[in-house]
Write a protein that binds this ligand. Structure first.
Ligand SMILES: Nc1ncnc2c1ncn2[C@@H]1O[C@H](COP(=O)(O)OP(=O)(O)OP(=O)(O)O)[C@@H](O)[C@H]1O
Ligand code: SF4
Ligand SMILES: [Mg+2]
Length: 343
């Protein structure tokens, strides 16, 4: 259980009653030789304690860049946050000093990456890397840090944790390495965990085990979990809400059940039609026609219009569709969401 006092010491002004994380109108640009790539183009979403939010979208739509912006690890240059807010417990992280940002990153908001091997240091044992976190950030003694490291490896179900702490990252299988990454991210008891495609490099059975573990740890610790994925099949069982991202914007946001039962945005609908569903035997899988736009040339109006079967004249004109309220806690950036819902 998180100690509220320790939490508030990390950064002045934190308000325990404010939403855990709130991203408002985030814009991130990459200035490249080919022009300005608008990787994140006005993304907004929020996360409450104990909640799992899935951010879903095709490759290149800005999911990882959004995560990097939240963590304060965006490569600048070429990346620049040009507008928006990232509020953690009410405090805009874009306005705090780098030292404070680092404290938040070390203690309160953690991230796990797709590629565990490159995220772990190859020249130190797993036990040393874990223990070091407790020694540096919690002032633990060598012996105490070691026993906490073993305890954590146990929690992420690494068999024979006591002896495995002496192994190097390359001595673990892909799935076990991902468990070590999860242990590292959880070591300092974060309130927010961002998991960026944590299972895409793994085979299906291991994927399911890791997702199950993440969901269990999230419940036990009442963490807010942001699960980033391009695979709609992965999130159905674990997410509470889904934010669907397209060309750097959240185009639909809804509780998970509503998204699957009645998508309100044509893009969400197309994503759903492109995955196999056990409840629809014998169905045809349809790939989404066309390609996502180049981020240096995002179409005017609704960015999805060149690929959308519902598109009409207003869709091609600026401004882009606003986030229409579809229902309480549900929005869709589509002028014709009622038609999509069949209303
Ligand atoms: N270092 C960089 N330099 C230039 N452009 C970048 C850089 N990193 C990201 N981008 C741009 O930002 C866009 C969004 O990238 P991002 O990594 O967020 O996509 P993603 O949604 O995470 O995709 P994937 O599912 O493949 O991981 C990319 O298409 C690219 O145009
Ligand atoms: S606004 Fe128009 S183009 Fe965009 S998703 Fe809706 S119907 Fe399609
Ligand atoms: Mg990514």
């Amino acid at each position: 259980m998180t100690d509220i006092k320790a939490q508030l010491d990390v950064l002045p002004g934190l308000d325990p009653r404010a939403p855990l994380l709130q991203v408002n109108d985030l814009h991130v640009e990459f200035r490249t030789r080919d022009g300005v790539a608008k990787a994140v183009n006005g993304a907004s979403f929020w996360l409450n304690p104990g909640e799992t939010l899935a951010i879903l979208g095709e490759s290149g739509c800005g999911k990882s860049v959004t995560a990097q912006a939240i963590m304060g690890i965006l490569e600048t240059p070429p990346g620049h946050i040009t507008r928006g807010e990232i509020r953690y417990r009410g405090v805009d992280l874009l306005k705090v000093r780098e030292a404070e940002r680092r404290r938040v990153r070390a203690n309160r908001v953690a991230m796990i990456f797709q590629d565990a091997l490159s995220a772990l240091n190859p020249v130190y044992t797993v036990g040393f890397q874990l223990a070091e976190l407790f020694r540096v950030h919690r002032g633990a003694s060598r012996a105490d840090a070691k026993s906490r490291a073993i305890e954590l490896l146990d929690q992420v179900r690494i068999p024979a944790a006591k002896s495995r702490i002496n192994d190097y990252p390359h001595q673990f299988s892909g799935g076990m390495r991902q468990r070590v990454m999860i242990a590292m991210a959880l070591a300092l008891d974060p309130e927010v965990l961002i998991a960026d495609e944590p299972t895409t490099a793994l085979d299906v059975t291991v994927q399911a085990q890791i997702m199950g573990l993440l969901a269990e740890l999230q419940r036990q610790r009442n963490m807010g979990l942001i699960l980033i994925t391009h695979d709609m099949g992965v999130v159905a069982d674990v997410a509470d809400r889904i934010s669907v991202m397209y060309a750097g914007r959240i185009v639909e946001e809804a509780p998970v059940y509503d998204i699957y039962a009645r998508p309100a945005h044509p893009y969400t609908r197309a994503l759903l039609e492109s995955i196999p569903r056990l409840d629809l035997k014998g169905q045809q899988l349809t790939a989404i026609r066309g390609l996502p736009p180049a981020l240096t040339a995002i179409p005017a109006g609704c960015a999805f219009h060149p690929r959308c079967g519902y598109a009409k004249e207003p869709c091609r004109q600026d401004p882009a569709p606003p986030a229409y309220a579809v229902a309480p806690r549900r929005t869709a950036r589509c002028h014709f969401f009622r038609e999509v819902l069949g209303e």
